[in-house]
Every structure is written in C-alpha cells, then in structure tokens.
Design a protein around this ligand. Structure first.
Ligand SMILES: Cc1cc2nc3c(=O)[nH]c(=O)nc-3n(C[C@H](O)[C@H](O)[C@H](O)COP(=O)(O)O)c2cc1C
Length: 171
C-alpha cells in the first residue's frame, strides 16, 4: 500500500505541462484507458455532462493548433483530446475535474500532456463547430498528449507555507 501511495503522490507532484513530444504514437488502449479514468472524476450531482473527443488526424490537429492562440504545439502532439460538457450549472467544475484526471492518468502512463484553454476563449465555438459537437455543449479544454521530448523544469511554485492556512494557527 505504501508503495502505491508513494507512486500516486509522485504522479501528482511530478506532473508538468509538456509541450514538446516525440513522434512516437500513443497506443490506442492507453488513450482509451486515460479517457476511462476521466469518467471517474467528481461531478456535481453525478450528472457527468462530459464528452471526450480524441483527435489523432494531423490535418485536424493542425487546424485546431492554428485556431488556439497558446496551443500551437497541438499540431505536433500525437494525440489531442477535446473535452466538452453540456451547459449545466457546474459544467466548468465538472469539465475541469475531468481534464485534471486526464493529465494525471497520462502522467501515470509516462506520457506528457498540456491543458490548453477552451472555456471563455473566443475560439471555443469555432472548435466545437469544427469537431461537429452540437450546440449546447461547451469546450472546456484541449489536452495535448505524447511521450515527452525532454523533462521540463518545475516552474516556480508557491511554497506550502504560502498557501496553507490552519485554524487555529499552529505555532
Ligand atoms: C485553465 C487552464 C488553462 C491553460 N491554458 C493553457 C494554454 O492555453 N496553453 C498552454 O501552453 N498552457 C496552458 N495551461 C497550462 C499552464 O500554463 C500550466 O499548468 C502552468 O504554467 C503551471 O505549469 P505546470 O502545469 O507544469 O505545473 C493552462 C492551465 C489551466 C489550468
């Protein structure tokens, strides 16, 4: 059990946004299992408003990359997952939780990934239409996935002391 705990915590703490990938394909069973993990993300009232579209077609990935201002690397990623949610009360929270599960499951498989913004971006509807997703669904995020080209340094993170509050205050 201790070993599993250590490995899970390593995945949580060592996941980084990876934007450069090897050309190597990601096996389909791994991609499917990553999406299968996302199914288990927490979701308000258990509505599970999500749909996950997996895109491996180079043409389509290039079109998406052109549309996203900060997602140009999607063109070179072997896999892109577009996460949509039906426009429910907690669609952003639900979709964000599912996106996080995808990032972590990818890391557990030794894959790199990066969250590219969807919701609130002016291009969200254009991507939805490009992917033939019906009106009434919101683009939450696009996640690029692939084997990392090289390890990336951890960007500056606030320290535990900066973010942790205890009541009553411990001395
Ligand atoms: C809501 C959200 C939107 C993001 N959008 C982008 C994006 O459009 N392009 C990008 O390269 N990274 C994007 N990121 C990734 C962040 O830049 C990254 O998580 C942050 O710099 C911390 O780095 P780390 O993930 O390696 O810890 C986004 C992350 C979140 C949570």
């Amino acid at each position: 059990m201790e070993k599993i705990t250590g490995e899970v915590l390593k995945v949580l703490k060592e996941r980084r946004s990876i934007r450069r990938y090897k050309k190597e394909e990601v096996p389909e069973n791994i991609v499917k299992d990553i999406i299968d993990c996302a199914r288990f993300a927490p979701t308000a009232r258990n509505i599970q408003p999500w749909k996950f579209m997996v895109i491996t077609d180079s043409n389509l990935k290039s079109k998406i990359a052109r549309i996203c201002d900060y997602g140009k690397f999607i063109a070179e990623a072997p896999v892109c997952v577009a996460i949509f949610c039906e426009d429910t009360k907690y669609y952003i929270e639900d979709g964000s939780a599912a996106t996080t599960y995808i990032l972590l499951a990818a890391k557990a498989y030794g894959l790199g990934s990066c969250w590219v913004a969807g919701d609130k971006k002016p291009y969200a509807d254009e991507i939805r239409q490009l992917l033939n997703i019906p009106d009434g669904y919101k683009l939450i995020s696009l996640v690029s996935i692939g084997y990392p080209e090289e390890p990336v340094p951890t960007p500056p993170k606030k320290s535990l002391n900066d973010v942790l509050l205890f009541l009553p205050v411990r001395k």
